[in-house]
Design a protein. Structure first.
Lengths: 178, 427
């Protein structure tokens, strides 16, 4: 199957791998259906009923070269940063070790991961959205990043399911696109 | 494997008792100071205060040496960097770079060229990154005006739904700035302008200069001390209009910008837009407007090619303001406002300001580009940034690589919703 859906999916390219960013898509499609917001808070004032008061009121954002997100808050007079707890940092170890075959599939926030039906689940996400992606998925012509084997290591990270390849042999062939 | 890179640099010691030394232009705050009001953070993340007791910090940006520059509205511009104070505490050092109470929010740094916005102008200063100072000293003379004549009278007093006081909404003169780069240098400056008033009917006409983003080409690099040319707001290329208050926008990151492979001159911006307070318009009830309209994320595409004799810029598209807005909760008040009950979140509806611009008008993208994402009503998004790390190894505390190419939006928070919403950062 040769169909380039990239024009539909601006956030599709992850380190040479092409996958639909279903996080983006599901945030669109879930809006108004399940009552969810379609996005999630990384940081929020705890006691909203006291706001504005001295609550954080985020205004400006900037990423540092240290990979942290810096946030200004005007009425509370604060600048703060968001970083990862050390424990969580370990979870991103494969990336740090130089794997370049990393790719990910985003799933709805509430999704309880079960390896048994991952392939069909991911395929169903694609089905819901675009015929083009359905073909791409079902023929397995999309992932030049690794396939989605049932036995590999999967990890939940907040809203996302991350897949780490088990060997460096699964290097994506970047010349092959769908 | 380079484990060393994974060991976090922990503060040597906290010093919470020693009072922060305040000097004329620099002061210091140790790591570990608490937020003024508690925050809740997503599992796996950690929030740390960099600095407290600042003067209304608004726009922020990193310079080439990783100093964090902060517009302190009403005061000027300050720079922050990790440091150790005289007694060995680890923390952040703050240096006041510019005294100028007129800065509003916009800030961009391009080498030694520092762009900031005031209510009516875009200024540049010559910035020395190694000394964190500007040519001419802290009071910042000389500066140069690169865009003048921006309408600076946006803002108004608005009555609150749930309180009887009037509140001034100052967010309408903030003038977000964004440099547009090609592979070698900054080639244009994008400047935003909000509406004159909450619902500004003059913004219907793009020539009004209201509720839109304009593009100003930078014909040649700024070469201090030669004065850069001053351009007038009226001469800027309108790249979108009908975006009520384009408070924040960002280019799609280069790694995902394959949308227009065939036409490299097309650029794509994601813009956050603050919806109007729509109390009292179109027979909307206070229950309905407590949950409507949605704030928005707009996808704006424009051409950066230089028009020739044969071509002109394609006409900019309208995003609906003031006539059209976006539904957040269709069943907020099914009895008082039943006309929305069969609609869904994200649908466009008319505020019925103009009899020729009803719901069917608003539903046509030729008249009104709908948002790509709706935000909860009254969230007040003010900035958007992509996580697009270009480094190979993650440094201590880096956000996870799974956040790569996701976008992050600041929510200033509601002033007229019960219960309040926003007051956070979302992904």
């Amino acid at each position: 199957v040769r169909c380039d859906c990239s024009f539909l999916y601006p956030f599709l390219i992850v380190n040479g791998c092409r996958l639909p960013n279903t996080g983006f898509l599901s945030s669109l499609s879930s809006q108004g259906r399940d009552g969810g917001l379609g996005y999630q808070f990384l940081i929020q004032a705890t006691n909203l009923t006291t706001c504005p008061g001295s609550c954080i009121r985020p205004v400006g954002l900037a990423f540092g070269k240290d990979g942290r997100l810096y946030v200004s808050s005007d009425t509370s007079g604060e600048v703060s940063s968001l970083s990862v707890l050390f424990l969580s940092l370990l979870l991103s170890l494969p990336w740090s070790m130089g794997f370049n075959t990393y790719c990910y599939v985003s799933l709805p926030y509430s999704f309880e991961f079960n390896a048994k039906y991952t392939n069909s689940f991911v395929a169903s996400i694609a089905l819901r959205h675009r015929e083009c992606l359905k073909n791409a998925y079902l023929t397995r012509s999309v992932p030049r990043c690794p396939q989605l084997p049932l036995s590999s290591t999967w990890k939940m990270w907040s809203s996302e399911l991350q897949y780490y390849p088990t060997s460096l042999n699964e290097t994506p062939n970047q010349s092959q696109v769908y | 494997m380079r484990l060393k890179a994974l060991i976090p640099i922990l503060p040597i010691g906290f010093n919470l008792l020693f009072p922060v030394a305040i000097s004329q232009s620099t002061n210091f705050q140790p790591f570990g100071i608490s937020f003024k009001s508690p925050v809740t953070v997503l599992a796996g993340l950690k929030a740390s205060v960099v600095f407290s007791n600042l003067t209304a910090p608004r726009g922020i940006a990193f310079d080439g040496e990783n100093n964090l520059l902060v517009v302190e509205r009403g005061l000027g511009l300050s720079a922050f960097r990790p440091s150790i104070d005289k007694i060995g505490s680890v923390g952040w050092e703050r240096t006041l770079v510019i005294n100028n109470p007129n800065f509003t929010q916009g800030i961009q740094v391009d080498g030694e060229v520092l762009y900031v916005s005031t209510a009516t102008d875009t200024l540049v200063y010559q910035y020395n990154v190694s000394t964190r100072s500007i040519a001419g000293g802290m009071d910042g003379k000389p500066w140069w005006t690169v865009v003048s004549g921006i309408p600076g009278d946006g803002g108004e007093y608005t009555s609150l739904t749930f309180q009887r006081e009037l509140i001034y909404i100052p967010e309408l003169t903030t003038h977000k700035l964004q440099l547009e780069r090609d592979s070698t240098r900054s080639i244009a400056l994008l400047v935003a302008n909000g509406p004159k008033t909450n619902i500004d009917e003059t913004a219907r006409d793009p020539a009004s200069g209201r509720s839109q983003i304009r593009r100003f080409p930078l014909a040649s690099p700024v070469n201090f001390p030669i004065s850069p040319p001053t351009q007038n707001w009226d001469d800027g290329q309108i790249i979108s209009f009908g975006i009520r208050n384009p408070a924040g926008f960002a280019f799609l990151p280069s790694s995902s910008n394959l949308i227009h492979e065939a036409s490299a001159h097309l650029k794509t911006l994601l813009v956050v837009e603050n919806g109007a307070s729509i109390d009292g318009t179109s027979n909307l009830t206070s229950t309905f407007v407590n949950d409507n309209p949605a704030d928005e994320l707009e996808l704006v595409t424009f051409s950066s090619s230089i028009p020739t004799n044969e071509t002109t810029h394609s006409a900019p598209q309208s995003y609906g303001f003031p006539d059209c807005t976006t539904l957040w909760n269709p069943i907020a008040d099914p009895i008082g406002n039943p006309r929305f009950a069969d609609k869904k979140r994200g649908d466009q509806f008319s505020l019925q300001l103009d009899p020729t611009r009803r719901d069917d008008f608003c539903s046509n993208p030729k008249n009104n580009q709908p948002p790509v994402i709706s935000f909860q009503a009254h969230s007040v998004p003010l900035d958007i940034k992509f996580y697009d790390p270009s480094f190979g190894l993650l440094s201590s505390g880096s956000l996870p690589s799974s956040f790569r190419n996701k976008f992050f939006v600041s929510f200033h928070g509601s002033f007229n919703r019960n219960p309040p919403t926003g007051y956070g950062v979302v992904m």
